[in-house]
Design a protein around this ligand. Structure first.
Ligand SMILES: [Zn+2]
Length: 585
């Protein structure tokens, strides 16, 4: 078995996918369903199959084996996915690796530099240079355990501390620059990007350090927060701070708590509310929302209570609503930020506040109330219109009109106006028309395909004869069967992944719909059932041949070719004789 096959055999795709997507078993089958992590959807069209070790989305078409899944979700190369899964099951990697290309090697180098940097920053915080940073953390009530857990560190002020360290480890200069950890002086050497800053490592969803956020320790050091730039391993718009730690809590509580900064995350998380994340200093992107949504569709946004926080909330909400998240907004009393609140009032009270957080629309309605004169009708209508774009962004029709009615009532706006507005909007928002119905797949095809995918014995017993039958040519799935026969004949490893790889897109989704979306268990497809199918197909093939012969005879007679007609008669006769003799029942 080659190394990739060995790794694949030791991991379960359901477990791997399950770390990124909430999966539900479909009845008592080996199939699991969930919301697709690769496109936006409200009803699950994403399937993972335990026996076939295969995933497929019937919405966007994405599909494949466990390597493909990890590659797509982490946006890494095949080699990196292989390495990640090997590490996960404790299989040592072969020393010489034929899979690694230049990009992969570059990324591996950058990961390594980040590990070294994290270690150096941690040590820096403990050293003499880190006194100021330690004092700041102490003032904010961050203890030794939190420092350890969040990997906090300190970047020395000298400007060549990390650059020297990386040089000592023989990283090429251009790789060092691409890591974002160091920069090049004009016409000169390399120097550290982060100097005299408190350092927060930023991780990807599988827990690897991919970047840093650095907080200035001097008042006049700008910016106050500085983040790693985009690098081959750090794409800001995809990353949420703390998601790798929070995802378990998010699922357990079925809720995400979104706060503004690193310190808020640390304060809230250590108080015991584990489902907390932050965007890394950017307005919330669609990709970040999708990353949260894979774990829960419900979110409480708890930004700072200042005007900047309110504006950030308003902006983030757009992408949250577009992705169909159920959004509530929490404003803490007393003008406290989440970190301060947890320290002053404790986790229980913070939980209570989270539970009582207002639905987003009431929060926005309150914003509108303070912006417009609510004493007269025009003001109330203006306030309602301020809210309308957000309401229209709701993807669910029923929810949309329910929310509109509620908000209109809350603002004291005439419900006739609401209805009028929504009638207009409904015309603009036609439901997507469905594609033309595909060629129907017969029951026989489904039985045989499922049987062949699950039973080597069935393949050996039935394929040689099935191959010769003309009836297969009439299948909607004929190209799948042809590929299956070819794969079987080649003697290569046989599985859904291998078969899928031989097909064009349309057939791939056909195959997945048969193998993954069925509500039957493989055990239901017995060899006896397969034999019965084969017999039926044989009969059909013979009957088709007979009617073709009969048609040819008629044709020959009409054309006056009596010798030809006679020859065909004889052929037909022997055909029918052999059928009666039991060659074919
Ligand atoms: Zn999809």
């Amino acid at each position: 078995m080659d190394f990739a096959a060995q790794v694949k055999a030791s991991v379960d795709i359901v477990g791997v996918v399950g770390e990124y997507v909430r999966l539900k078993r479909v009845g008592s089958t080996h199939s699991y369903s969930g919301l697709c992590p690769f496109h936006t959807e409200k009803t699950p069209s994403f399937r993972v199959h335990a026996n076939h070790q295969f995933f497929k989305c019937f919405g966007c078409g994405q599909g494949g084996d466990v390597f493909k899944f990890v590659q797509e979700i982490e946006r890494i190369s095949f080699y990196e996915a292989l390495k990640q899964l090997a590490e996960r099951s404790g299989i040592p990697l072969p020393k010489r690796s034929e899979y690694a290309d230049a990009d992969t090697k570059l990324r591996a180098g950058i990961y390594q530099m980040h590990e070294l940097a994290e270690e150096a920053f941690r040590a820096g915080l403990k050293g003499s240079g880190g006194a100021e940073a330690r004092a700041y953390l102490a003032k904010r009530g961050v203890g030794a355990a939190e420092i350890e857990l969040f990997g906090l560190g300190y970047a020395e002020r000298t400007g060549h501390f990390l650059a020297n360290l990386l040089q000592k480890h023989d990283f090429p200069a251009d790789q060092m620059e691409q890591s974002g950890l160091v920069m090049r002086r004009e016409g000169g050497g390399l120097f550290d990007r982060f100097r005299n800053r408190l350092m927060f490592p930023i991780h990807n969803e599988s827990g690897k350090v991919i970047g840093f956020g650095g907080r200035a320790l001097q008042e006049n050091d700008q910016p106050k927060y500085m983040n790693s730039p985009e690098t081959p391993i750090y794409r800001k718009s995809y990353v949420l701070y703390n998601l790798h730690r929070a995802k378990e809590g998010i699922r357990k509580e079925d809720r995400v708590v979104l706060v503004e900064g690193y310190m808020d995350v640390i304060g809230v998380y250590t108080s015991g509310v584990k489902e907390v994340v932050a965007s890394c200093g950017t307005a919330l992107t669609t990709q970040q929302v999708q990353a949260m949504k894979r774990h829960s569709g419900r979110i409480v946004v708890n930004f700072d209570p200042d005007p900047a926080g309110a504006n950030a909330t308003e902006k983030s909400l757009q992408s949250l609503l577009e992705e169909g998240m159920h959004v509530r907004v929490l404003e803490l009393e007393g003008g406290l930020d989440p970190d301060e609140y947890c320290k002053e009032r404790g986790a229980d009270q913070y939980r209570e506040a989270l539970g009582a957080a207002k639905n987003y629309f009431y929060w926005l309605a309150d914003r509108a109330r303070s912006k417009y004169d609510m004493k007269n009708a025009e003001g109330r209508v203006a306030a309602f219109q301020f809210l309308l774009p957000a309401i229209h962004r709701l993807t669910d029709k029923i929810e949309r009109s329910a929310v509109a009615g509620d908000v209109a009532g809350y603002l004291g706006v005439d419900s006739g106006l609401v209805l009028e507005n929504f009638r207009k909007a409904a015309i603009d928002r036609r439901e997507k028309t469905l594609a033309a119905p595909p060629e129907p797949i017969r029951h026989d095809e489904k039985i045989l395909l499922n049987l062949f995918l699950s039973s080597e014995e069935a393949r050996a017993k039935l394929i040689p004869e099935l191959k010769t039958l003309a009836a297969v040519e009439q299948f909607a799935t004929r190209r799948i069967f042809q590929a299956l026969f070819a794969l079987h004949d080649s003697g290569a490893p046989f599985g859904l992944t291998e078969l899928d790889a031989r097909l064009e897109e349309a057939d791939r989704s056909r195959l997945a719909s048969i193998a993954l979306a069925g509500d039957q268990q493989e055990e239901d497809y017995s060899i006896q059932l397969g034999v019965a199918c084969l017999e039926k197909l044989k009969r059909q093939t013979v009957e088709a041949q007979i009617s073709a012969l009969k048609a040819s005879i008629k044709e020959a007679e009409r054309a006056g070719k009596s010798t030809e007609a006679l020859r065909l008669y004889e052929e037909l006769h022997s055909f029918e004789k052999s059928r009666r003799a039991g060659g074919v029942q």
